[in-house]
Design a binder for this molecule. Sequence first.
Ligand code: AMP
Ligand code: MG
Length: 325
Amino acid sequence: MMIVLGLEGTAWNLSCALVDEVDVIAEKSATYVPAKGGIHPREAAQHHAEHMASVVKAVLDVARKDDLAIEGVAFSQGPGLGPCLRTVATAARALSLKFGVPLVGVNHCIAHIEVGKWKTGATDPVVLYVSGGNSQVLALRRGRYRIFGETLDISVGNALDKFARQVGLPHPGGPKLEALARSSKEYIPLPYVVKGMDFSFSGLSTAAAQAAKKYDLADVCHSFQETAFSMLVEVSERALAHAEKKEVLLVGGVGANSRLREMLNIMCDERGAKFYVPEKKFMGDNGSMIAYTGLVMMKSGVTTPLAESRVRPGFRTDEVDVTWQ
Ligand code: AMP
Ligand code: MG
């Protein structure tokens, strides 16, 4: 069985993992938590540089102890924060040279999808990918993950985090808003923006911060979730109908939200589609998803020559030929 090492570090989480074709063998992460405000790209990159040796060592120790041969080094090539990507790519190049094995540049969004499929058994889903940096509805069509709908401005995770900051809650705001929303009694109307198959969240975040000056915070959190998640579910439902798929896969950090899951579950039930969510540890950014995607790419014959290993901060999901499906 092939064994690949993967390195993730597009934003807040530096993570190194070792996987084979069946499971995760080892994973070690170091999480950057901003002292105040949101993620600062250079500070996050500094964090990753400081912790790189220890997370890599922890994984290599397992490989050495079990006498495992690493056959490839995968890294998240983009999209993500430039300084963070460069730190990770530098380490990945060094490891690939050290072990004399191929380098594989992985698209971070595709890695979320592939690990989701691997860990849930979904085969050909419409994917709702909602995270701190991205919000997209995708499905595989003619060899690429086509983007059916996406955010026109900021991601839903970013909108939740921004709103949380404006009402004085620490980063990341998503889980805190979810907890507060549970005690809400009332829905306050907020801007619902779906244009064609795309959505927008920046107006919602601003309007919610305004509403929080007048209304109960729990009610605003609840209303924020109901509005934002309804937008996501509407577009996912239309993609399901349009692409004629029978599965929905939820991935990305915002997918941890139980209300979002509940809403998607209801929609899937009504449509006779099957709903898949991976375990929580595979939802947010993690090294295993990069290692696994690198592995399936390598098995299909794809590697990344050193000369083509420059980072790609704006790397789009639909630029990648899905050679492994
Ligand atoms: P990722 O970029 O995929 O690692 O996801 C990080 C994002 O997920 C951040 O914006 C968090 O606020 C958000 N998040 C994490 N847990 C939850 C939750 N329970 N509800 C809503 N958003 C969440
Ligand atoms: Mg992510």
